[in-house]
Design a protein around this ligand. Sequence first.
Ligand code: ADP
Length: 263
Amino acid sequence: ELETRLAIQRNDEIGMLADSINHLAVELQRYRDTRQEFFANISHELRTPITYLEGYAKVLKNRLYDTEEEKDRYLDIIHEEALRLEHLVNDLFELAKMEAGKIALSLEWIDLTEIADNAVRKVQLKAAGKGLQLRTKINNGIPLVYGDGLRTEQIVLNILENAVRYTEKGGITVELDHTPEYVFLAVQDTGIGIPADELPRIFDRFYRVEKSRSRQHGGTGLGLAIAKRMAELQRGELLVSSEVGQGARFELRFAFEQQEEPA
Ligand code: ADP
């Protein structure tokens, strides 16, 4: 709560000063809330897999299963939850490094065509496994952009994996093109989509449209937060648009005026 609010009603400099102090107090409080929520989220996200690990390890130790198949199923859960923990810790570490400004980008002129092809190849099997079409619409003569190749592929892979994860029928199109202002790589899917009022929060840390569904799919809720920050570190942009039930479209942009190599 804001115990620091100044109740000064004046039309002079002191009144203006009081207004800006009050404004700062609100900002500070918001920052505190966000931080607190962030740590609460982290402990929740860590606790869930740990609970599974403990529970199923105990079941196995006490031989509380009837068949070998049942035992295998518990071992699979343990394996999955261990992977989830690893994924979560890696994502958290990546975010922490980015927020501390400790990410060393390796900037050079990169070819988005190659990056799109690589990322598409990596999700091909998963898409085919769900019976989804995976198409690329890559224009000729896409200008090189100045960025970090590996990080950019990570961003593209992340939105592409999400597209596969949140699409049950139809397909995914990866489009690469440019306008006079920017080069863009768009991933369009025909999946469940994202409600309009949730769109602005989609890049928040740990934000998920539907908690249980996303967890079931193996997500951490950190992927897009990382992807957006990663894009911005390279002076790119990551945008989203969506229609519920129709699909979602994520667009990674690199503007031309940002393409000059730093001196
Ligand atoms: P997660 O690891 O949960 O997928 P992300 O940060 O990658 O976390 O995404 C945040 C949330 O945004 C997801 O939980 C999901 O609800 C929503 N989302 C992301 N991509 C899509 C998409 N292509 N279609 C529908 N919803 C999506």
